[in-house]
Write a protein that binds this ligand. Structure first.
Ligand code: SAH
Ligand code: SF4
Length: 353
């Protein structure tokens, strides 16, 4: 828990910053590399156990700094093996992450903000509004904690920014965390194993075009006309479908990678044959993948999940035109851990549960 005058947390510092820190305390510079290696490659967060470092240096670090993770306030395990983590941050706010075990690989769904201010009508996180951005150490802290607890091996799991928050509204911290996750000298995850999902913050998406390396991109499309998208996702009034699709067409993705379009299926709202056909028109000039997400109902919201036949028919229209469509099984149903159900409003009561 946060106390004024607390030592500063070194988790979240990049190589350059570790170097500066080591320099500022008058240590030899090669120590910086060792310290960075201990933290990010060996996941060693106890200074005194950092065997690469000299004893004196370890002690000095332990006296002046800390390396701490957000506290796990609660774990809820679903019958299918999905585990939802509730993290208590130092200012007593909460965020959630979801660990989803799968046969071929595991996925960790993490949050980028406490709440979200994009205001999508169907999403529970939207009900919280935005409380604040997560810091780099809080983003990485989710990964460190779950990887450690579940003994996940490097390279064996993917990270998706599909928890609470709009990652592109916290771009600086999200990208710094991404660079740390993928640094070959540190956590060394493949950039192909990290996905950022966005509701379509077009100027930031365009800014990302210029990054040296970038994660997989998933776009939450959810409607195929501006009229409906304006209603479901108010940010569409600012950056409409044309602007969004143009930014996607111009995205400099590697030849074998594709942009993923997520589409939350809402019965009677966006699930007609015409919607599927309109989606195909939007995709002109792109080689997309589509993730159809049957709506996960939230209490108090007026939306319903379409029937399986309706979803299958919608999928077939896309598949028949050569679009790759994924339809993940809904996971963690019994613990409200699925997409759009994460919202923690007050201690003792999860709004999504
Ligand atoms: N803010 C980002 C990432 C978090 S939301 C974004 O919107 O992309 C992750 C995904 O969950 C988005 O595709 C969103 O459209 C979807 N989603 C939100 N509420 C949902 C619900 N109740 N059921 C199913 N998917 C939902
Ligand atoms: Fe925010 Fe994504 Fe939820 Fe929209 S769907 S309110 S962008 S978290």
């Amino acid at each position: 828990m946060y106390q004024p005058g607390m030592k500063s947390n070194l988790l979240g510092l990049n190589q350059e910053e570790v170097l500066k820190l080591v320099e500022s305390i008058g240590e030899k510079l090669f120590r910086a590399k060792q310290l960075y290696h201990e933290i990010y490659r060996r996941s060693e967060l106890d200074f005194l156990q950092m065997t690469e470092l000299s004893k004196a240096f370890r002690q000095r670090l332990a006296e002046e700094f800390r390396l701490t993770l957000p506290e796990v306030a609660r774990r809820s395990a679903a019958q299918d093996g999905t585990v939802k983590y509730l993290f208590r941050l130092e200012d007593n706010r909460f965020v959630e992450s979801v660990f989803i075990p799968e046969e071929d690989r595991d996925t960790l769904c993490i949050s980028s903000q406490v709440g979200c201010n994009i205001g999508c009508r169907f999403c529970m996180t939207a009900q919280m509004g935005l409380e604040r951005n997560l810091k780099v150490e809080e983003i990485l802290g989710q990964v460190f904690t779950v990887a450690k607890e579940r003994n996940l091996q490097r390279g064996s799991f993917s990270v998706v920014f599909m928890g609470m928050g709009e990652p592109l509204q916290n771009y600086k911290n999200v990208m710094k965390a991404f660079r740390l996750m993928t640094d070959p000298l540190g956590m060394s995850m493949s950039h192909r194993k990290v996905t950022i999902s966005t509701s379509g913050v077009v100027p930031v998406l365009r800014k990302m075009h210029h990054e040296e390396i970038f994660p997989n991109i998933a776009i939450s499309l959810n409607a195929t006309s501006n009229t409906l998208r304006d209603e479901l996702m108010p940010l569409n009034k600012k950056w409409n479908l044309e602007a969004l699709m143009q930014a996607c067409r111009e995205f400099p993705i590697e030849p074998r990678r594709r942009i993923m379009f997520e589409y939350v299926m809402l019965a009677g709202v966006n699930d007609s044959d015409e919607d599927a056909e309109a989606m195909l028109r939007l995709f002109r000039g792109l080689r997309p993948k589509v993730n159809l997400i049957p709506y996960n109902p939230n209490p108090g919201l007026p939306y319903r999940r379409p029937s399986e036949e309706r979803i299958a028919r919608f999928r077939d229209i896309l598949v028949n035109e050569g679009v790759t469509v994924f339809m993940r099984k809904t996971r963690g149903d019994d613990i409200a851990a699925a997409c759009g159900q994460l919202a923690y409003m007050e201690e003792g009561a999860s709004a999504g549960a």
